[in-house]
Design a protein around this ligand. Structure first.
Ligand SMILES: *Cc1c(COP(=O)(O)O)cnc(C)c1O
Length: 477
């Protein structure tokens, strides 16, 4: 078993080997100490519906985590039930709907969502029965206040909510955030804040003070629960006092939420309770000063990467002061014209350099979004920057015509050990350039286990798994 797990680990490009610069995802290298308690029988071996007098310790931790999250966000109440950010969005929007209904405003069913929003926002709004109206962004990537004002006014009687991400998915602190919240409130709507980017705020700014009425946070982003591969996550929502009566609850466990709440959004009363000890430990171990320093380091790291890479890849959006928040979008679109190279080629080539790709084509198609997080030391940031600059040098060689557009280290990336060791090597660049483009890789090479796959092949070649009718006839005969 041990060797099997090690073999799987060796094939994986995980945080225990290198940074994972996935923008918006906040991939932190968390401390082993934060992980230990999830294996302790007291946390691991209890049933979600165990009688509460057998779960007093668990409940104490849950209540304490709620208290700490309220302190960090400034909200009056928190529900830990949602299992992911998207589920938090759904729960928060249902709370808003129920609040409107309680005020005799059942007809409020329009949700404004900026064009830059994460795809889960419109999906959750639709699931919550709201009609989505898209608000445009201006040239600087910020919400277009004039368009917001016009659409809020046009839907004045039906406006339920605005969903806004702060700092924005463009990686900037949107200077108009208070005005944005005011415009929505002035037209009778509630402000749903997408708190996936809370890593840029913790300890410095309580989102409730900006004007948000409800916000989800992602414990698996900001608060250290390891994620990737689909879970487990926790997407708690914090709400202002007027929405507290409409948090999720549970029919079998009255202690899990307010009696007049929206009902359960997850099967278990406290959702993914089994991983809450990770976030509790993270917050407790960091302390208030540590959390503030994490925010500072996350902002500093993103701005360092943006500043160093800007001469090589334009940084698409910055705030008025020329700075980014906790992540930055590198505009790789112009390279398509000059070299035929796309963001995907750069993402694949980064594997040869021992890095996981940044986020591709979100929120802007054809770009790369880098979020280093506070957990990366300067040496690792420099290693990433060096790789990105070296890749830009390779692109320059394609532009100069040294390598054909169709056969170069980027287009053929990633290079597996099989490719490098093959008898035949017909490419116009050496095996060394393919596998060891930087000398430092010779002492710490990650070998991608598979070469480039055709990403959309499966989508375009649907495989029917039901047996053809003839096969049943054959069996009968
Ligand atoms: C991650 C993310 C979400 C969704 O959170 P999940 O936990 O993946 O459901 C929503 N909005 C933004 C901006 C995100 O980065």
């Amino acid at each position: 078993m041990m060797r099997f797990l090690k073999r799987l680990e060796d094939r994986d490009l995980a945080l225990n080997r290198a940074m994972i610069p996935l923008g918006s995802c906040t991939m932190k290298l968390n401390a082993a100490a934060e992980m230990l308690p999830i294996g302790w029988p007291g946390f691991a071996d209890i049933h979600p519906f165990a009688p509460l007098d057998q779960a007093e310790g668990y409940l104490a931790m849950i209540r304490d985590l709620e208290r700490r999250l309220k302190d960090i966000t400034g909200f009056a109440a928190v529900s830990l039930q949602p299992n992911a950010g998207a589920q938090g969005e759904y729960a928060g929007l249902l709370a808003i709907r129920k609040y409107h209904a309680a005020n005799g405003q059942r007809g409020r069913d329009v949700c404004l969502i900026p064009a830059s929003a994460h795809g889960t926002n419109p999906a959750s709004a639709t699931m919550a029965g709201l009609a989505v109206v898209v608000v445009e962004c201006d040239a600087a990537g910020n919400i277009d206040l004039a368009d917001l004002g016009a659409k809020a006014a046009a839907h004045r009687d039906r406006l339920a909510a605005l969903m806004v991400t702060y700092p924005s998915t463009h990686g900037v602190f949107e200077a108009g955030i208070r005005d944005i919240c005011r415009i929505v409130h002035d037209h009778g709507g509630q402000v749903y804040m997408d708190g996936a980017n809370l890593n840029a705020l913790v300890g410095y700014c309580r989102p409730a003070l900006l004007g948000a009425d409800v916000m989800h946070i992602n414990l698996h982003k900001t608060f250290a629960i390891p994620h990737g591969g689909g879970g487990p996550g926790v997407g708690p929502i914090g709400v202002a006092a007027h929405l507290a009566p409409y948090l999720p609850n549970h029919p079998l466990v009255p202690e899990a939420g307010p009696s007049g709440g929206i009902g359960p959004v997850a099967a278990a009363p406290w959702g993914s309770a089994g991983v809450l000890s990770i976030s509790w430990s993270y917050i407790a171990l960091m302390g208030s000063e540590g959390l503030k320093r994490a925010t500072e380091a996350a902002l500093l790291a993103a701005n360092y990467v943006a500043r160093r890479l800007r001469p090589h890849y334009p940084v698409l959006y910055t705030g008025r002061n020329g700075l980014v928040a906790h992540e930055c979008i590198l505009d790789t679109r112009p390279l398509k014209e000059t070299s035929g190279i796309t963001a995907e080629d750069i993402a694949k080539r980064l594997m040869d350099y021992g890095f996981h790709a940044p986020t591709m084509s979100f929120p802007v198609p054809g770009t790369l979004m880098v979020e280093p997080t506070e957990s990366e030391p300067k040496a690792e940031l420099d290693r990433f920057i060096q790789a990105m600059i070296a890749i830009k040098g390779e692109i320059a060689r394609i532009e100069r015509g040294d390598w054909p557009r169709a056969d170069n280290p980027l287009r053929n990336a990633p290079h597996t050990a099989d490719m490098i060791a093959a008898e035949d090597w017909a490419h116009p660049y050496s095996r060394e350039v393919a596998a060891f483009p930087l000398a430092s890789l010779k002492t710490g090479k990650y070998w991608p286990p598979v070469a480039r796959v055709d990403n959309v092949y499966g989508d375009r070649h649907v495989v029917c798994v039901c047996p053809p009718p003839e096969s049943t006839r054959d069996a009968a005969e």
